[in-house]
Design a protein around this ligand. Structure first.
Ligand SMILES: Nc1ncnc2c1ncn2[C@@H]1O[C@H](COP(=O)(O)OP(=O)(O)OP(=O)(O)O)[C@@H](O)[C@H]1O
Length: 615
Protein backbone atom coordinates (compact mmCIF):
# COMPACT_ATOMS: atom_id res chain seq x y z
CA UNK A 1 0.00 0.00 0.00
CA UNK A 2 1.19 3.51 -0.83
CA UNK A 3 2.62 5.34 2.17
CA UNK A 4 0.37 7.74 4.11
CA UNK A 5 -2.78 5.93 3.01
CA UNK A 6 -5.37 4.43 5.32
CA UNK A 7 -7.85 1.72 4.40
CA UNK A 8 -11.04 1.08 6.34
CA UNK A 9 -12.63 -2.24 5.42
CA UNK A 10 -16.23 -3.11 6.28
CA UNK A 11 -16.03 -6.20 8.48
CA UNK A 12 -19.71 -7.15 8.11
CA UNK A 13 -20.99 -10.29 6.38
CA UNK A 14 -21.74 -10.69 3.50
CA UNK A 15 -18.84 -8.86 1.91
CA UNK A 16 -19.02 -6.68 -0.07
CA UNK A 17 -22.15 -5.11 1.40
CA UNK A 18 -24.92 -4.27 -1.04
CA UNK A 19 -26.22 -0.94 0.18
CA UNK A 20 -23.17 0.80 1.58
CA UNK A 21 -19.51 1.27 0.68
CA UNK A 22 -17.25 -1.71 1.27
CA UNK A 23 -14.75 0.63 2.85
CA UNK A 24 -12.86 3.90 2.58
CA UNK A 25 -9.44 4.82 1.25
CA UNK A 26 -8.13 7.97 2.90
CA UNK A 27 -4.88 9.61 1.89
CA UNK A 28 -3.18 12.72 0.53
CA UNK A 29 -5.65 13.05 -2.35
CA UNK A 30 -8.77 12.80 -0.19
CA UNK A 31 -11.42 10.40 1.04
CA UNK A 32 -12.78 7.71 -1.30
CA UNK A 33 -15.79 5.50 -0.57
CA UNK A 34 -15.04 2.13 -2.19
CA UNK A 35 -17.80 0.17 -3.89
CA UNK A 36 -17.29 -3.25 -5.57
CA UNK A 37 -19.46 -3.64 -8.67
CA UNK A 38 -19.64 -5.81 -11.78
CA UNK A 39 -21.26 -3.11 -13.90
CA UNK A 40 -22.12 0.57 -13.41
CA UNK A 41 -25.13 0.59 -11.07
CA UNK A 42 -28.29 2.70 -11.42
CA UNK A 43 -27.93 6.37 -10.45
CA UNK A 44 -30.42 6.01 -7.60
CA UNK A 45 -28.41 3.11 -6.14
CA UNK A 46 -25.22 5.16 -6.34
CA UNK A 47 -26.96 8.11 -4.69
CA UNK A 48 -28.00 5.82 -1.82
CA UNK A 49 -24.42 4.63 -1.39
CA UNK A 50 -23.15 8.21 -1.43
CA UNK A 51 -25.68 9.15 1.24
CA UNK A 52 -24.57 6.20 3.43
CA UNK A 53 -20.90 7.11 2.96
CA UNK A 54 -21.56 10.77 3.80
CA UNK A 55 -23.54 9.74 6.88
CA UNK A 56 -20.62 7.64 8.06
CA UNK A 57 -18.20 10.55 7.84
CA UNK A 58 -20.51 13.43 8.85
CA UNK A 59 -19.55 15.05 12.13
CA UNK A 60 -15.80 14.26 12.00
CA UNK A 61 -14.64 17.34 13.88
CA UNK A 62 -11.16 18.80 13.90
CA UNK A 63 -10.79 21.67 16.37
CA UNK A 64 -13.70 24.01 15.73
CA UNK A 65 -14.36 22.75 12.24
CA UNK A 66 -15.97 19.75 10.61
CA UNK A 67 -14.98 17.63 7.64
CA UNK A 68 -17.31 18.44 4.76
CA UNK A 69 -19.00 15.09 3.94
CA UNK A 70 -19.56 15.68 0.22
CA UNK A 71 -15.79 16.09 -0.22
CA UNK A 72 -15.55 12.30 -0.46
CA UNK A 73 -15.59 10.71 -3.89
CA UNK A 74 -17.42 7.47 -4.70
CA UNK A 75 -14.99 5.04 -6.35
CA UNK A 76 -16.35 1.99 -8.17
CA UNK A 77 -13.96 -0.97 -8.13
CA UNK A 78 -14.51 -3.12 -11.22
CA UNK A 79 -12.72 -5.95 -12.88
CA UNK A 80 -12.33 -3.75 -15.91
CA UNK A 81 -13.06 -0.05 -15.56
CA UNK A 82 -15.26 1.73 -18.08
CA UNK A 83 -14.85 5.30 -19.23
CA UNK A 84 -17.11 7.56 -17.22
CA UNK A 85 -19.06 10.29 -19.00
CA UNK A 86 -19.08 13.99 -18.28
CA UNK A 87 -22.29 13.82 -16.28
CA UNK A 88 -21.06 11.00 -14.05
CA UNK A 89 -20.61 11.60 -10.39
CA UNK A 90 -18.19 8.76 -9.52
CA UNK A 91 -14.81 7.35 -10.48
CA UNK A 92 -14.57 3.86 -11.99
CA UNK A 93 -11.28 1.96 -11.57
CA UNK A 94 -9.85 -1.53 -11.94
CA UNK A 95 -6.79 -3.15 -10.35
CA UNK A 96 -4.57 -1.56 -12.99
CA UNK A 97 -5.96 1.97 -12.89
CA UNK A 98 -6.82 2.28 -9.20
CA UNK A 99 -3.45 3.43 -7.90
CA UNK A 100 -2.93 5.89 -10.74
CA UNK A 101 -6.44 7.33 -10.28
CA UNK A 102 -6.05 7.73 -6.54
CA UNK A 103 -2.74 9.50 -6.88
CA UNK A 104 -3.90 11.69 -9.75
CA UNK A 105 -6.76 13.33 -7.83
CA UNK A 106 -6.22 16.98 -6.92
CA UNK A 107 -8.10 17.22 -3.64
CA UNK A 108 -5.50 17.65 -0.92
CA UNK A 109 -5.44 16.35 2.65
CA UNK A 110 -2.42 16.76 4.88
CA UNK A 111 -1.05 13.50 6.37
CA UNK A 112 -2.25 14.73 9.76
CA UNK A 113 -5.81 15.30 8.57
CA UNK A 114 -5.93 12.01 6.63
CA UNK A 115 -4.78 10.03 9.65
CA UNK A 116 -7.14 11.92 11.93
CA UNK A 117 -10.19 11.22 9.75
CA UNK A 118 -9.29 7.52 9.41
CA UNK A 119 -8.83 6.96 13.14
CA UNK A 120 -12.01 8.93 13.94
CA UNK A 121 -14.03 6.78 11.52
CA UNK A 122 -12.54 3.57 12.87
CA UNK A 123 -13.08 4.67 16.46
CA UNK A 124 -16.76 5.44 15.96
CA UNK A 125 -17.96 2.04 14.91
CA UNK A 126 -16.71 -1.50 15.04
CA UNK A 127 -17.89 -1.93 11.49
CA UNK A 128 -14.53 -0.90 10.01
CA UNK A 129 -11.11 -2.46 10.34
CA UNK A 130 -8.35 0.09 9.90
CA UNK A 131 -5.15 -0.64 8.00
CA UNK A 132 -2.72 2.27 8.05
CA UNK A 133 0.60 2.56 6.34
CA UNK A 134 2.05 5.02 8.79
CA UNK A 135 1.30 2.93 11.83
CA UNK A 136 -0.16 5.76 13.88
CA UNK A 137 -3.55 4.67 15.11
CA UNK A 138 -4.12 7.40 17.69
CA UNK A 139 -5.22 10.79 16.47
CA UNK A 140 -3.09 13.71 17.60
CA UNK A 141 -4.78 15.75 20.30
CA UNK A 142 -6.48 18.83 18.89
CA UNK A 143 -6.43 22.02 20.88
CA UNK A 144 -9.78 23.59 21.70
CA UNK A 145 -8.79 26.73 19.84
CA UNK A 146 -8.68 24.82 16.60
CA UNK A 147 -6.21 24.54 13.83
CA UNK A 148 -4.62 27.92 14.33
CA UNK A 149 -4.12 27.92 18.08
CA UNK A 150 -1.58 30.50 19.24
CA UNK A 151 0.72 27.85 20.61
CA UNK A 152 1.03 26.34 17.15
CA UNK A 153 2.22 29.55 15.65
CA UNK A 154 5.86 29.61 16.58
CA UNK A 155 8.07 30.40 13.66
CA UNK A 156 8.67 27.02 12.02
CA UNK A 157 5.02 26.01 12.13
CA UNK A 158 3.94 29.46 11.05
CA UNK A 159 6.01 29.09 7.91
CA UNK A 160 4.40 25.73 7.27
CA UNK A 161 0.89 27.10 7.65
CA UNK A 162 1.63 29.98 5.33
CA UNK A 163 3.08 27.67 2.74
CA UNK A 164 0.05 25.40 2.80
CA UNK A 165 -2.31 25.89 -0.13
CA UNK A 166 -5.46 27.73 0.93
CA UNK A 167 -7.58 25.04 -0.64
CA UNK A 168 -6.77 22.43 1.98
CA UNK A 169 -8.65 24.51 4.51
CA UNK A 170 -11.74 24.11 2.39
CA UNK A 171 -12.01 20.46 3.39
CA UNK A 172 -13.10 21.57 6.86
CA UNK A 173 -15.77 24.19 7.59
CA UNK A 174 -17.22 25.65 10.75
CA UNK A 175 -20.77 24.86 11.86
CA UNK A 176 -22.32 28.05 10.44
CA UNK A 177 -20.63 27.53 7.09
CA UNK A 178 -21.57 23.86 6.93
CA UNK A 179 -25.14 24.71 7.83
CA UNK A 180 -25.24 27.11 4.87
CA UNK A 181 -23.76 24.52 2.56
CA UNK A 182 -26.58 22.14 3.48
CA UNK A 183 -29.48 24.56 3.89
CA UNK A 184 -32.36 24.04 1.52
CA UNK A 185 -33.26 27.43 0.02
CA UNK A 186 -35.83 26.50 -2.62
CA UNK A 187 -35.39 29.82 -4.36
CA UNK A 188 -33.00 32.76 -4.79
CA UNK A 189 -30.84 33.18 -1.71
CA UNK A 190 -28.45 35.81 -0.43
CA UNK A 191 -25.19 35.08 1.35
CA UNK A 192 -23.50 38.05 2.95
CA UNK A 193 -20.91 38.81 5.59
CA UNK A 194 -17.82 40.97 5.85
CA UNK A 195 -14.53 40.33 4.06
CA UNK A 196 -12.86 36.97 4.61
CA UNK A 197 -15.75 35.17 6.29
CA UNK A 198 -15.79 32.33 3.77
CA UNK A 199 -18.77 33.37 1.63
CA UNK A 200 -17.13 32.23 -1.58
CA UNK A 201 -15.92 29.00 0.02
CA UNK A 202 -19.50 28.21 1.07
CA UNK A 203 -20.80 29.05 -2.40
CA UNK A 204 -18.20 26.79 -4.04
CA UNK A 205 -19.14 23.98 -1.66
CA UNK A 206 -22.83 24.41 -2.50
CA UNK A 207 -21.89 24.03 -6.16
CA UNK A 208 -19.76 20.97 -5.40
CA UNK A 209 -22.50 19.36 -3.35
CA UNK A 210 -25.02 20.02 -6.07
CA UNK A 211 -22.69 18.56 -8.70
CA UNK A 212 -22.08 15.40 -6.69
CA UNK A 213 -25.78 14.77 -6.20
CA UNK A 214 -27.36 15.99 -9.44
CA UNK A 215 -26.74 16.08 -13.17
CA UNK A 216 -26.91 19.36 -15.08
CA UNK A 217 -24.80 22.45 -15.72
CA UNK A 218 -23.68 25.04 -13.15
CA UNK A 219 -22.62 28.66 -13.49
CA UNK A 220 -20.33 30.80 -11.33
CA UNK A 221 -20.24 34.39 -12.50
CA UNK A 222 -19.19 37.82 -11.34
CA UNK A 223 -18.91 41.43 -12.49
CA UNK A 224 -15.11 41.17 -12.62
CA UNK A 225 -13.98 39.01 -15.50
CA UNK A 226 -10.88 37.54 -13.82
CA UNK A 227 -12.54 36.39 -10.59
CA UNK A 228 -14.47 33.35 -11.85
CA UNK A 229 -11.29 31.86 -13.38
CA UNK A 230 -9.46 32.43 -10.10
CA UNK A 231 -12.10 30.47 -8.15
CA UNK A 232 -12.38 27.69 -10.73
CA UNK A 233 -9.26 25.98 -9.45
CA UNK A 234 -10.70 25.97 -5.90
CA UNK A 235 -13.93 24.43 -7.17
CA UNK A 236 -12.07 21.73 -9.08
CA UNK A 237 -10.47 20.60 -5.85
CA UNK A 238 -13.92 20.23 -4.33
CA UNK A 239 -15.59 18.53 -7.29
CA UNK A 240 -12.97 17.43 -9.82
CA UNK A 241 -15.44 15.30 -11.76
CA UNK A 242 -17.68 18.29 -12.47
CA UNK A 243 -15.02 20.22 -14.42
CA UNK A 244 -16.84 20.06 -17.74
CA UNK A 245 -20.26 21.11 -16.58
CA UNK A 246 -19.35 24.02 -14.30
CA UNK A 247 -18.81 27.27 -16.19
CA UNK A 248 -16.74 29.96 -14.46
CA UNK A 249 -17.14 33.10 -16.52
CA UNK A 250 -17.62 36.86 -16.12
CA UNK A 251 -21.15 38.10 -16.75
CA UNK A 252 -20.26 40.22 -19.76
CA UNK A 253 -18.47 37.35 -21.47
CA UNK A 254 -21.36 34.99 -20.73
CA UNK A 255 -23.84 37.52 -22.11
CA UNK A 256 -22.06 38.28 -25.37
CA UNK A 257 -21.55 34.56 -26.02
CA UNK A 258 -25.21 33.89 -25.29
CA UNK A 259 -26.42 36.62 -27.68
CA UNK A 260 -24.12 35.32 -30.43
CA UNK A 261 -25.38 31.76 -29.90
CA UNK A 262 -28.92 33.05 -30.21
CA UNK A 263 -28.11 35.11 -33.32
CA UNK A 264 -29.22 38.32 -31.64
CA UNK A 265 -27.55 41.21 -33.47
CA UNK A 266 -25.54 43.70 -31.44
CA UNK A 267 -22.56 45.99 -31.92
CA UNK A 268 -20.74 46.37 -28.65
CA UNK A 269 -18.54 49.41 -29.16
CA UNK A 270 -17.04 50.88 -25.99
CA UNK A 271 -15.02 53.44 -27.95
CA UNK A 272 -18.17 54.75 -29.59
CA UNK A 273 -19.83 54.89 -26.17
CA UNK A 274 -16.94 56.91 -24.71
CA UNK A 275 -16.98 59.20 -27.70
CA UNK A 276 -20.77 59.68 -27.48
CA UNK A 277 -20.43 60.65 -23.85
CA UNK A 278 -17.56 63.10 -24.30
CA UNK A 279 -19.34 64.85 -27.15
CA UNK A 280 -22.49 65.07 -25.06
CA UNK A 281 -20.52 66.38 -22.10
CA UNK A 282 -19.03 69.22 -24.15
CA UNK A 283 -22.49 70.77 -24.41
CA UNK A 284 -24.05 69.46 -21.19
CA UNK A 285 -21.27 70.63 -18.87
CA UNK A 286 -22.51 74.24 -19.02
CA UNK A 287 -25.71 73.23 -17.23
CA UNK A 288 -25.14 69.82 -15.63
CA UNK A 289 -21.59 70.77 -14.64
CA UNK A 290 -22.94 73.45 -12.30
CA UNK A 291 -24.56 70.70 -10.19
CA UNK A 292 -21.36 68.58 -10.09
CA UNK A 293 -18.25 69.35 -12.10
CA UNK A 294 -16.84 65.85 -12.51
CA UNK A 295 -17.78 64.24 -15.86
CA UNK A 296 -17.19 60.76 -14.42
CA UNK A 297 -19.98 61.37 -11.92
CA UNK A 298 -22.40 61.90 -14.80
CA UNK A 299 -21.08 58.99 -16.82
CA UNK A 300 -21.87 56.87 -13.77
CA UNK A 301 -25.32 58.46 -13.52
CA UNK A 302 -26.08 57.15 -17.01
CA UNK A 303 -24.32 53.78 -16.67
CA UNK A 304 -25.17 52.76 -13.14
CA UNK A 305 -28.36 54.69 -12.37
CA UNK A 306 -30.38 55.39 -15.52
CA UNK A 307 -29.38 52.51 -17.81
CA UNK A 308 -28.09 50.32 -14.97
CA UNK A 309 -31.57 50.30 -13.48
CA UNK A 310 -33.28 49.90 -16.83
CA UNK A 311 -35.04 53.28 -16.61
CA UNK A 312 -36.66 54.21 -19.91
CA UNK A 313 -38.83 57.24 -19.11
CA UNK A 314 -38.26 60.59 -17.43
CA UNK A 315 -41.22 59.92 -15.12
CA UNK A 316 -39.59 56.75 -13.85
CA UNK A 317 -36.28 58.57 -13.38
CA UNK A 318 -38.05 61.25 -11.36
CA UNK A 319 -39.58 58.65 -9.05
CA UNK A 320 -36.56 56.54 -8.07
CA UNK A 321 -34.53 56.82 -4.92
CA UNK A 322 -30.93 57.30 -6.09
CA UNK A 323 -29.57 55.02 -3.36
CA UNK A 324 -25.94 55.74 -2.53
CA UNK A 325 -25.95 58.99 -4.53
CA UNK A 326 -28.32 61.10 -2.52
CA UNK A 327 -25.71 63.58 -1.35
CA UNK A 328 -26.05 65.34 -4.68
CA UNK A 329 -29.74 66.03 -4.57
CA UNK A 330 -31.49 65.96 -7.90
CA UNK A 331 -35.00 67.40 -7.61
CA UNK A 332 -37.55 66.99 -10.41
CA UNK A 333 -36.24 69.96 -12.43
CA UNK A 334 -32.63 68.81 -12.16
CA UNK A 335 -33.52 65.29 -13.18
CA UNK A 336 -35.30 66.68 -16.20
CA UNK A 337 -32.15 68.60 -17.09
CA UNK A 338 -29.98 65.49 -16.69
CA UNK A 339 -32.41 63.48 -18.78
CA UNK A 340 -32.67 65.99 -21.62
CA UNK A 341 -29.14 67.41 -21.65
CA UNK A 342 -27.24 64.27 -20.93
CA UNK A 343 -29.03 60.97 -21.22
CA UNK A 344 -31.11 61.61 -24.34
CA UNK A 345 -28.29 63.12 -26.43
CA UNK A 346 -25.97 60.27 -25.35
CA UNK A 347 -28.53 57.67 -26.40
CA UNK A 348 -29.18 59.51 -29.64
CA UNK A 349 -25.47 59.57 -30.54
CA UNK A 350 -25.10 55.87 -29.88
CA UNK A 351 -28.14 55.13 -32.03
CA UNK A 352 -26.80 57.25 -34.87
CA UNK A 353 -23.63 55.14 -34.87
CA UNK A 354 -25.67 51.96 -34.53
CA UNK A 355 -23.52 51.11 -31.49
CA UNK A 356 -24.30 49.55 -28.11
CA UNK A 357 -22.80 49.91 -24.66
CA UNK A 358 -22.65 47.13 -22.03
CA UNK A 359 -25.98 48.14 -20.56
CA UNK A 360 -27.67 47.66 -23.95
CA UNK A 361 -26.20 44.16 -24.14
CA UNK A 362 -27.56 43.29 -20.72
CA UNK A 363 -31.02 44.62 -21.68
CA UNK A 364 -30.98 42.59 -24.90
CA UNK A 365 -30.09 39.40 -23.04
CA UNK A 366 -32.95 39.94 -20.57
CA UNK A 367 -35.36 40.46 -23.47
CA UNK A 368 -34.10 37.34 -25.24
CA UNK A 369 -34.34 35.18 -22.12
CA UNK A 370 -37.85 36.44 -21.41
CA UNK A 371 -38.88 35.37 -24.90
CA UNK A 372 -36.89 32.10 -24.98
CA UNK A 373 -35.48 30.70 -21.72
CA UNK A 374 -32.34 28.57 -21.77
CA UNK A 375 -32.74 25.17 -23.43
CA UNK A 376 -30.79 23.45 -20.69
CA UNK A 377 -31.46 25.27 -17.40
CA UNK A 378 -28.66 25.68 -14.86
CA UNK A 379 -28.96 23.60 -11.70
CA UNK A 380 -27.32 26.40 -9.74
CA UNK A 381 -26.18 29.93 -10.60
CA UNK A 382 -23.74 31.56 -8.17
CA UNK A 383 -23.05 35.30 -8.42
CA UNK A 384 -19.99 36.43 -6.49
CA UNK A 385 -19.29 40.04 -5.45
CA UNK A 386 -22.90 40.88 -6.24
CA UNK A 387 -22.62 44.32 -4.60
CA UNK A 388 -21.02 45.66 -7.78
CA UNK A 389 -23.78 44.53 -10.10
CA UNK A 390 -26.28 47.00 -11.50
CA UNK A 391 -29.96 46.26 -10.99
CA UNK A 392 -30.29 45.18 -14.61
CA UNK A 393 -27.41 42.74 -14.18
CA UNK A 394 -29.16 41.33 -11.14
CA UNK A 395 -32.33 40.90 -13.15
CA UNK A 396 -30.30 39.19 -15.84
CA UNK A 397 -28.75 36.61 -13.51
CA UNK A 398 -32.19 35.90 -12.12
CA UNK A 399 -33.39 35.21 -15.67
CA UNK A 400 -30.31 33.06 -16.34
CA UNK A 401 -31.31 31.00 -13.30
CA UNK A 402 -34.78 30.57 -14.81
CA UNK A 403 -36.45 33.77 -13.56
CA UNK A 404 -38.99 32.10 -11.35
CA UNK A 405 -39.71 32.50 -7.63
CA UNK A 406 -37.87 29.23 -7.01
CA UNK A 407 -34.88 30.01 -9.27
CA UNK A 408 -31.67 28.29 -8.06
CA UNK A 409 -29.77 31.54 -7.66
CA UNK A 410 -27.21 32.28 -4.96
CA UNK A 411 -26.14 35.92 -4.57
CA UNK A 412 -22.90 36.30 -2.65
CA UNK A 413 -21.45 39.62 -1.54
CA UNK A 414 -20.90 42.34 0.99
CA UNK A 415 -22.19 45.91 0.62
CA UNK A 416 -19.22 47.24 2.54
CA UNK A 417 -16.96 46.04 -0.26
CA UNK A 418 -18.63 47.87 -3.13
CA UNK A 419 -15.83 49.25 -5.33
CA UNK A 420 -17.94 50.75 -8.12
CA UNK A 421 -20.10 53.83 -7.56
CA UNK A 422 -23.86 53.92 -7.17
CA UNK A 423 -26.02 51.66 -5.11
CA UNK A 424 -29.32 49.88 -4.78
CA UNK A 425 -31.30 47.92 -2.30
CA UNK A 426 -31.66 44.24 -3.03
CA UNK A 427 -35.41 44.63 -2.72
CA UNK A 428 -35.35 46.97 -5.78
CA UNK A 429 -34.33 44.07 -8.01
CA UNK A 430 -37.66 42.28 -7.69
CA UNK A 431 -35.95 38.99 -6.82
CA UNK A 432 -37.90 37.21 -4.07
CA UNK A 433 -35.30 36.68 -1.40
CA UNK A 434 -37.18 37.28 1.85
CA UNK A 435 -36.33 34.66 4.46
CA UNK A 436 -33.45 33.29 2.38
CA UNK A 437 -30.68 35.59 3.56
CA UNK A 438 -27.77 34.41 5.69
CA UNK A 439 -24.79 36.20 7.23
CA UNK A 440 -21.34 34.77 8.01
CA UNK A 441 -19.50 36.36 10.90
CA UNK A 442 -16.08 34.74 11.49
CA UNK A 443 -13.15 36.16 9.54
CA UNK A 444 -10.71 33.41 8.49
CA UNK A 445 -8.50 35.44 6.21
CA UNK A 446 -6.97 38.34 8.12
CA UNK A 447 -4.55 38.03 10.99
CA UNK A 448 -5.25 40.18 13.99
CA UNK A 449 -2.95 43.11 13.08
CA UNK A 450 -4.34 43.30 9.53
CA UNK A 451 -7.92 43.12 10.76
CA UNK A 452 -7.29 45.78 13.43
CA UNK A 453 -6.00 48.21 10.83
CA UNK A 454 -8.65 47.51 8.17
CA UNK A 455 -11.63 47.66 10.52
CA UNK A 456 -10.86 51.28 11.43
CA UNK A 457 -11.65 52.37 7.88
CA UNK A 458 -15.10 53.85 7.76
CA UNK A 459 -16.60 51.97 4.82
CA UNK A 460 -20.30 52.64 4.44
CA UNK A 461 -22.73 50.16 2.95
CA UNK A 462 -25.24 51.32 0.35
CA UNK A 463 -26.32 47.96 -0.94
CA UNK A 464 -27.46 45.50 1.66
CA UNK A 465 -30.85 45.56 3.20
CA UNK A 466 -30.65 42.03 4.62
CA UNK A 467 -34.40 41.64 4.93
CA UNK A 468 -34.44 44.78 7.08
CA UNK A 469 -32.06 43.28 9.66
CA UNK A 470 -29.18 45.38 10.99
CA UNK A 471 -25.99 45.19 8.94
CA UNK A 472 -22.93 43.30 10.13
CA UNK A 473 -19.61 44.94 9.30
CA UNK A 474 -15.91 44.10 9.37
CA UNK A 475 -15.27 45.59 12.81
CA UNK A 476 -17.90 43.21 14.28
CA UNK A 477 -16.25 40.03 12.95
CA UNK A 478 -14.51 37.52 15.16
CA UNK A 479 -11.05 36.56 13.91
CA UNK A 480 -9.22 33.25 14.27
CA UNK A 481 -5.70 34.07 13.10
CA UNK A 482 -3.48 35.82 15.64
CA UNK A 483 -0.38 37.91 14.97
CA UNK A 484 0.29 39.53 11.63
CA UNK A 485 1.88 42.86 10.77
CA UNK A 486 0.45 46.25 9.76
CA UNK A 487 2.40 49.43 9.14
CA UNK A 488 1.50 52.81 7.67
CA UNK A 489 4.05 55.47 6.86
CA UNK A 490 3.82 58.94 5.35
CA UNK A 491 5.67 59.16 2.03
CA UNK A 492 6.39 62.15 -0.18
CA UNK A 493 4.78 61.92 -3.59
CA UNK A 494 8.05 61.92 -5.49
CA UNK A 495 9.47 59.19 -3.29
CA UNK A 496 6.52 56.79 -3.47
CA UNK A 497 8.14 54.38 -5.92
CA UNK A 498 11.40 54.14 -3.99
CA UNK A 499 9.56 53.67 -0.69
CA UNK A 500 7.41 50.93 -2.17
CA UNK A 501 10.50 49.06 -3.38
CA UNK A 502 12.09 49.51 0.03
CA UNK A 503 8.97 48.26 1.84
CA UNK A 504 8.65 45.18 -0.39
CA UNK A 505 12.31 44.27 -0.08
CA UNK A 506 12.29 44.90 3.67
CA UNK A 507 9.23 42.68 4.21
CA UNK A 508 11.14 39.55 3.16
CA UNK A 509 7.84 38.05 1.99
CA UNK A 510 8.38 35.96 -1.20
CA UNK A 511 7.29 37.79 -4.37
CA UNK A 512 4.78 35.06 -5.12
CA UNK A 513 2.76 36.00 -2.01
CA UNK A 514 2.69 39.77 -2.56
CA UNK A 515 0.11 42.02 -4.20
CA UNK A 516 0.47 45.74 -4.78
CA UNK A 517 -3.12 46.97 -4.93
CA UNK A 518 -3.82 50.38 -6.42
CA UNK A 519 -6.84 52.62 -6.94
CA UNK A 520 -6.25 53.32 -10.63
CA UNK A 521 -4.79 51.61 -13.70
CA UNK A 522 -2.33 54.47 -14.13
CA UNK A 523 -0.96 53.98 -10.66
CA UNK A 524 -0.67 50.22 -11.31
CA UNK A 525 1.30 50.79 -14.53
CA UNK A 526 3.63 53.23 -12.79
CA UNK A 527 4.37 50.82 -9.93
CA UNK A 528 4.93 47.93 -12.36
CA UNK A 529 7.64 49.98 -14.08
CA UNK A 530 9.26 51.09 -10.82
CA UNK A 531 9.36 47.57 -9.36
CA UNK A 532 10.64 45.99 -12.56
CA UNK A 533 13.44 48.59 -12.72
CA UNK A 534 14.40 47.65 -9.18
CA UNK A 535 14.80 44.03 -10.32
CA UNK A 536 11.55 42.79 -8.74
CA UNK A 537 9.65 40.35 -10.89
CA UNK A 538 6.09 41.64 -11.53
CA UNK A 539 2.91 40.54 -13.27
CA UNK A 540 -0.40 42.34 -13.87
CA UNK A 541 -3.14 41.24 -11.52
CA UNK A 542 -5.60 40.80 -14.37
CA UNK A 543 -3.47 37.95 -15.72
CA UNK A 544 -3.40 36.16 -12.36
CA UNK A 545 -5.52 33.01 -12.12
CA UNK A 546 -4.60 31.97 -8.58
CA UNK A 547 -1.83 29.57 -9.57
CA UNK A 548 1.66 29.92 -8.07
CA UNK A 549 3.64 32.65 -9.89
CA UNK A 550 7.00 33.83 -8.70
CA UNK A 551 6.17 37.50 -9.23
CA UNK A 552 4.61 40.38 -7.35
CA UNK A 553 1.05 40.93 -8.62
CA UNK A 554 0.19 44.55 -9.39
CA UNK A 555 -3.27 45.86 -10.21
CA UNK A 556 -6.30 47.83 -9.16
CA UNK A 557 -8.61 47.01 -6.31
CA UNK A 558 -11.29 46.19 -8.91
CA UNK A 559 -9.15 43.26 -10.06
CA UNK A 560 -8.07 42.20 -6.55
CA UNK A 561 -11.48 41.84 -4.96
CA UNK A 562 -12.40 38.35 -3.94
CA UNK A 563 -8.75 37.25 -3.84
CA UNK A 564 -6.31 36.29 -1.06
CA UNK A 565 -2.64 37.24 -0.68
CA UNK A 566 -0.19 36.80 2.18
CA UNK A 567 0.95 40.43 1.92
CA UNK A 568 -0.61 43.57 0.46
CA UNK A 569 1.14 46.88 -0.29
CA UNK A 570 -1.13 49.84 -0.89
CA UNK A 571 -0.76 53.61 -1.25
CA UNK A 572 -3.41 56.18 -0.54
CA UNK A 573 -3.62 59.98 -0.52
CA UNK A 574 -3.68 61.76 2.84
CA UNK A 575 -6.88 63.87 2.68
CA UNK A 576 -6.15 67.57 2.28
CA UNK A 577 -9.64 68.66 3.42
CA UNK A 578 -11.65 67.79 6.49
CA UNK A 579 -15.01 66.02 5.99
CA UNK A 580 -17.00 69.26 6.36
CA UNK A 581 -14.89 71.02 3.69
CA UNK A 582 -15.81 68.45 1.04
CA UNK A 583 -18.42 69.08 -1.63
CA UNK A 584 -21.23 66.53 -1.86
CA UNK A 585 -19.61 64.86 -4.87
CA UNK A 586 -16.24 64.74 -3.10
CA UNK A 587 -17.86 63.08 -0.10
CA UNK A 588 -19.37 60.39 -2.32
CA UNK A 589 -15.94 59.82 -3.83
CA UNK A 590 -14.31 59.74 -0.38
CA UNK A 591 -16.83 57.08 0.72
CA UNK A 592 -16.07 55.00 -2.34
CA UNK A 593 -12.32 55.42 -1.80
CA UNK A 594 -12.71 54.25 1.81
CA UNK A 595 -14.50 51.10 0.65
CA UNK A 596 -11.81 50.52 -1.97
CA UNK A 597 -9.01 50.85 0.59
CA UNK A 598 -10.82 48.46 2.90
CA UNK A 599 -11.18 45.91 0.11
CA UNK A 600 -7.49 46.28 -0.81
CA UNK A 601 -6.25 45.76 2.75
CA UNK A 602 -8.58 42.89 3.60
CA UNK A 603 -7.06 40.87 0.73
CA UNK A 604 -4.04 40.36 3.03
CA UNK A 605 -3.69 37.47 5.38
CA UNK A 606 -0.50 38.31 7.27
CA UNK A 607 1.04 41.59 6.27
CA UNK A 608 0.05 45.07 5.14
CA UNK A 609 2.06 48.14 4.34
CA UNK A 610 0.26 51.40 3.60
CA UNK A 611 2.06 54.37 2.07
CA UNK A 612 0.24 57.58 3.01
CA UNK A 613 1.04 59.98 0.19
CA UNK A 614 1.62 63.64 1.12
CA UNK A 615 2.84 66.54 -0.97
N1 LIG B 1 -13.63 27.43 7.95
C1 LIG B 1 -12.51 27.91 7.47
N2 LIG B 1 -11.32 27.54 7.98
C2 LIG B 1 -10.16 28.01 7.52
N3 LIG B 1 -10.07 28.87 6.50
C3 LIG B 1 -11.21 29.29 5.93
C4 LIG B 1 -12.49 28.84 6.39
N4 LIG B 1 -13.43 29.45 5.64
C5 LIG B 1 -12.79 30.23 4.77
N5 LIG B 1 -11.46 30.13 4.94
C6 LIG B 1 -10.41 30.84 4.20
O1 LIG B 1 -10.61 32.23 4.40
C7 LIG B 1 -10.31 32.96 3.22
C8 LIG B 1 -11.51 33.81 2.85
O2 LIG B 1 -12.54 32.98 2.34
P1 LIG B 1 -13.51 33.51 1.19
O3 LIG B 1 -12.72 34.07 0.05
O4 LIG B 1 -14.52 32.48 0.90
O5 LIG B 1 -14.19 34.72 1.98
P2 LIG B 1 -15.21 35.79 1.44
O6 LIG B 1 -16.17 36.02 2.54
O7 LIG B 1 -15.77 35.39 0.12
O8 LIG B 1 -14.22 37.02 1.31
P3 LIG B 1 -14.34 38.42 0.50
O9 LIG B 1 -15.72 38.94 0.68
O10 LIG B 1 -13.32 39.24 1.22
O11 LIG B 1 -13.94 38.15 -0.89
C9 LIG B 1 -9.93 31.94 2.17
O12 LIG B 1 -8.52 31.84 2.16
C10 LIG B 1 -10.55 30.65 2.69
O13 LIG B 1 -9.87 29.51 2.22
Amino acid sequence: MESRWHLLIDSGIPFPPQDRPAGFAIGPSGVFALVFVDAIPETTHLSRIRTKAEEAIAGVTYGRRKYVPHMLEVMLLMEQAVNTGVQERFLAVDPITMRRTLLAQETGLSPKHARYIATELAGRSRRYTLISTDNAPAAEPVSAEGLFATAELHESKRTKILARPFQEWMTFLDDDQLDLVHRNFNGPARLSGPAGTGKTVVALHRMARFAKNNPGPLLFTSFVKTLPGYHRSGFLRLAPLAADRAAFVGLHAWTTRFLKDRDVAFTLNTTAAEDAFSRTWQTARRVVGTIEASPSYWREEIDRVIKGRGITTLDEYKRIDRTGRNRIRLDGARRETVWKQLYQPYRQRLQERDAHDFNDIIAKAIEELDAHPLDEPFGLVVVDEVQDFTLMELRLVHRIAGGRADAPLLLVGDGQQQVYPGGWRLSDAGIPIKGRGAVLRVNYRNRSAVHDYAKRIDASNTVDDLDGEPGFVLRDTEIVLPGGYAAAEPVRRKEVGAKLVEAITGSRVPWSDIAVITMTNREAERYMTVLARAGISVMPLDKYDGSHQDAVKVGTVHRAKGMDFAAVFHTTEIPTKTADQLTDGERDRADLAARQTMVALTRARDYIWVGLIED
